[in-house]
Design a protein around this ligand. Structure first.
Ligand SMILES: Nc1ncnc2c1ncn2[C@@H]1O[C@H](COP(=O)(O)OP(=O)(O)OP(=O)(O)O)[C@@H](O)[C@H]1O
Ligand code: SF4
Ligand SMILES: [Mg+2]
Length: 282
């Protein structure tokens, strides 16, 4: 196993208020494998991935993370992550541990991510969103990570670029034997790019397993709701698009009992009772 996360809890205390965005979650990232964390905005996906790298500050963190792989991150908006006043070659160069052979190595990384050699001399503002994201991937590869965390890496891109960038991440990860932790809202992407999936809601993992098993027969009503909300081309054009009513509540106000109960079509009185003992659908 590359990383084993057990009962990870991330809490913040500010102005006397306790907020617990990640509530004791456990999951594994096997070696040479692609794992997804999927869930709506605010359910704790990014905090979880940042906690893996030790990047969460001023938080109360408990639980156990076994394994300490080299981790590189690719984030949603490359323009916010790239330095606007540095050329591409300098930014990739900063990620390389040794100075020797730097120029050739930078050229090779650019080639690996499908960028032309002259991209090295460009500034981020001279590149398209897709090219910027490829530069981010080249920077990540330069760190020779064992685990690549791709946190919504394509939501800022159009559909064609989205597909190309995700295919690229999958290809370079497989070629190098890297594991990938994909973080996304999109179950369609999970189906295509991951082997394992963890469905997260209100700071908890509500369902997990192989993508085949979870997407073929989802058991938790939240997973069922997410799947039903994926647009389908095989249905008549005028079929209504399913949604999950409401939104994820804030982490200082998670509902008691099952946090999903205010939005769950299968909720029953026991789901919000103080002695709630787990989802009866599972
Ligand atoms: N440093 C912090 N201090 C306090 N609360 C935080 C901090 N970072 C995140 N949070 C809160 O934790 C919750 C989960 O945040 P997180 O960024 O993990 O969500 P997410 O699932 O990645 O959402 P999105 O899909 O929108 O990126 C949010 O309500 C957020 O406001
Ligand atoms: S515990 Fe109850 S409310 Fe929560 S998901 Fe299961 S059925 Fe729905
Ligand atoms: Mg996030």
């Amino acid at each position: 196993m590359l990383v084993k996360v057990e009962r990870l809890r991330v809490a913040f205390r500010s102005e006397g208020r306790l907020s617990v965005p990640v509530r004791g979650i456990s999951f594994d990232v096997p070696r040479n494998s692609r794992v997804a964390i999927v869930g709506e905005s605010g359910c704790g996906k990014s905090l979880t991935s940042l906690a893996l790298g030790g990047f969460v500050e001023r938080a109360e963190i408990s639980g156990k993370i076994s394994g300490s792989p080299r981790i590189a991150y690719i984030f949603q908006n490359p323009m916010q992550s790239l330095n606007p006043v540095m050329r591409v070659e300098a930014q990739i160069g900063e990620c390389l541990p040794e100075r020797c052979g730097r120029k050739e190595r930078i050229a090779n990384f650019l080639k690996d991510v499908g960028l032309r050699p002259e991209t090295a001399r460009k500034y981020p503002c001279q590149l398209s969103g897709g090219q910027q994201q490829r530069v981010m991937i080249a920077m990540a590869l330069a760190q020779e990570p064992e685990l690549l965390v791709a946190d919504e890496p394509t939501t800022a891109l159009d559909v064609t670029n989205q597909r190309e960038v995700l295919d690229l991440i999958a290809r370079v990860a497989d070629e190098r034997g890297m594991s990938v932790l994909f973080i996304t809202h999109n179950l369609g992407l999970v189906a295509r790019y991951s082997r394992f999936v963890n469905v997260m809601y209100a700071g908890e993992i509500v369902e997990s397993g192989t993508v085949d098993a979870v997407l073929r027969s989802p058991r938790h009503p939240y997973t069922q709701g997410l799947l039903a909300a994926v647009p389908r081309l095989d249905l008549p054009k005028d079929s209504p698009l399913a949604d999950i009513p409401g939104t994820v509540p804030p982490p200082w106000d998670w509902p008691k009992g099952c946090a999903f109960h205010p939005r769950c079509p299968k909720a029953r009185p026991a789901c919000s009772a103080p002695d709630f003992a787990g989802c009866p659908e599972m």
